[in-house]
Design a protein around this ligand. Sequence first.
Ligand SMILES: O=c1ccn([C@@H]2O[C@H](COP(=O)(O)OP(=O)(O)O[C@H]3O[C@@H](CO)[C@H](O)[C@H]3O)[C@@H](O)[C@H]2O)c(=O)[nH]1
Ligand SMILES: [Mn+2]
Length: 364
Amino acid sequence: MAEYSKVAPTPLLKDELDIVIPTIRNLDFLEMWRPFFQQYHLIIVQDGDPSKVIKVPEGFDYELYNRNDINRILGPKAACISFKDSACRCFGYMVSKKKYIFTIDDDCFVAKDPTGKEINALEQHIKNLLCPSTPFFFNTLYDPYREGADFVRGYPFSLREGVPTAVSHGLWLNIPDYDAPTQLVKPLERNTRFVDAVLTIPKGTLFPMCGMNLAFNRELIGPAMYFGLMGDGQPIGRYDDMWAGWCMKVICDHLGLGVKTGLPYIWHSKASNPFVNLKKEYKGIYWQEELIPFFQSATLPKDCTTVQACYLELSKQVKAKLGKVDDYFNKLADAMVTWIEAWDELNPAGGKAVELNGPAKSSK
Ligand SMILES: O=c1ccn([C@@H]2O[C@H](COP(=O)(O)OP(=O)(O)O[C@H]3O[C@@H](CO)[C@H](O)[C@H]3O)[C@@H](O)[C@H]2O)c(=O)[nH]1
Ligand SMILES: [Mn+2]
């Protein structure tokens, strides 16, 4: 079980954590994060036109991959990495060699808590990841491992050790991550509610995972964090993180790993165009009425004891049960297999990841 303490300072993990940023824009937002991010290595996944030069502010240690790099490193397997969609960020998870990942969008800024203090979102994610989760029994006083809280009366002592935390899902002030129809009917709605809580998502419960402010233990669950085929040439968009969240949660439940949501908050500054979003999402809005029952009833065999084995089994079930919903899911099932093949190629089991050709640019 990860070392954590209610009172000792949160470990920086600066040599064990990479920050992955998908981008089609400039990275000026890093200036606001500099106090919290400067000590960490950044993996920047440049989407769209690879000939565009993305300027990284001075003083950050980074590696940057554009589409040419992805194609060069993965060859034909690059087809599983989306183009012209934030889903491309998962390439950063694959090439990282660190134990932890934090991914953030380039229109997310430092938020303030109700006292006006700037929130170090990365520090809170690290706290969440180093602290156990409690998926088997709900603690009504929220996170029992937090200073000033504990397990409440009636909470089984046999369950109080908790389980390792695989994912920490943060939230957003200002522009909430709403779907296009909700954005259209509530264009002016802003999230001003700061809820001071971290919750373990109970076993057997799915949730809509947003990739905007997300951290995970790459060694525990990395191969399941495939942000599915979206964007250019695909019939759907803005379901990349949702797909990853559903697959990840089924696997975490099977392997006895925890998933948390709540703190930390970031300040989401830019509402993407609701009409463009509607075009990307509309098939997903009705497909998901079939996808959710699929994931809710998905079971994995006992002999699936690694994330890769679970993921490949899930891809088989996707093909068998969702292929009839739309041929897209046959393609997605194949892409899930390709993703695992590429992951294992770049991250040989047990060994250091193979240095395949390296990034296009880096600060080194
Ligand atoms: O083609 C693209 C578009 C964008 N990006 C980068 O991805 C993130 C998110 O982009 P943006 O903030 O414009 O979009 P949102 O609607 O706010 O994103 C939310 O919806 C989810 C869609 O999957 C996403 O995970 C959420 O954050 C920025 O960093 C863009 O630069 C891209 O790489 N390619
Ligand atoms: Mn955004």
